[in-house]
Design a protein around this ligand. Sequence first.
Ligand code: LMR
Length: 392
Amino acid sequence: MFSSIGPSRPDPIMSLMEQYLADDCPHKVNLGIGLYYDGEGTLPLLNSVHEAQQRLMTQERPHSYPPIEGQAQFREAVQRLIFGHSAQQTALTTLQTLGGSGALRLGAELLRQLGVCRIHLPDPTWPNHLAIFSVAGLTPESYPWYDNANGELLIDALLDRLATLPEGSVVLLHPACHNPTGMDPSPDQWRSILDTVERRRLLPFFDAAYQGFGAGIEQDIAPVRQALERGLPFLLSHSLSKNMALYGQRVGSLSLHCPDVAAINVLGTLKGLVRSSYSCPPTFGSDIAATVLNDAALHQCWRDETEAMRLRILAMRQRLATELNANGAGLDIGRITRQRGMFSYTGLSEQQVDTLRQDFSIYLVNPGRICVPGLTERNVDYVAASIASVTR
Ligand code: LMR
């Protein structure tokens, strides 16, 4: 019965995490999976999240089923966070999902049901995009994003490609903190991208997993808000895994802006897809997020904590660049400080990444992606010296 099941290729990011955990080297460094570590190298429990959690624990509520689409207080709070004062749009609908990945999968299944056959992804993109969309039955195709040799965004090639896509083509866009490259378009370049999307009547599928880690909470979601202001139809997967450090709670959402149909019909279809898959979402993580977002003091505390995480990432980028320079690393160091968000695409080769892991117990995702908040004042000198030694 199961004899046709052969060995499968492990997920490159999750399997690296397993290798890191199994490594008994005392000075190992995890620069692999996208986890935010604080200055002590610890995964934080944010004060805002801790306080919300305490409040929920004292309520001693029974664990009922939530609505298929998630609790209203969560969905409305997330809509306000994403869309600001435009959140009241009637053509907008938001569902709670199993993290950002769950939102991508749900969106993919909706697209498949609508007869969409392919999705255009930036080259490179998060490896799991390919898996999620392929398994849902969409053929992934790529459009130019980044020139790894020169460390530059390929804005002209990207616009040229978008301009040749057939009307209705679905294009995945990272609104900020591009994963894996950390190269984001400028506000002017975003305007040109959205102009092309509008002119060619393309359908953007935004993936916002790092709101607040790039230029700030409001700035990082600006392309999505601009798409809404232009009245463009779009899908948006959104995650609170990183910016609330709620990774394992799987707190995400899928939003759709569909000006040409009744949002209630779209919601009904999405609810059908959820019900036939995992029935309804889990509640504890989303209750925490709703408590944080709906309480003025906790909300402000969370904004401050997110800004502190953003600034620490920026500081570590700068520190790494300084140390790489001081160690004479044979690398285009300027790109590390030009890039934004959780990741840096260093330009290190697969072989150099393998040597860093095997000889120095420093874990990076190939080819050459560093999760910058894995760096601390304690390990940055060691990391810089090790990178310098493999690049000389
Ligand atoms: C990453 O890119 O490392 C994160 O998005 C975590 C993941 O699930 O891959």
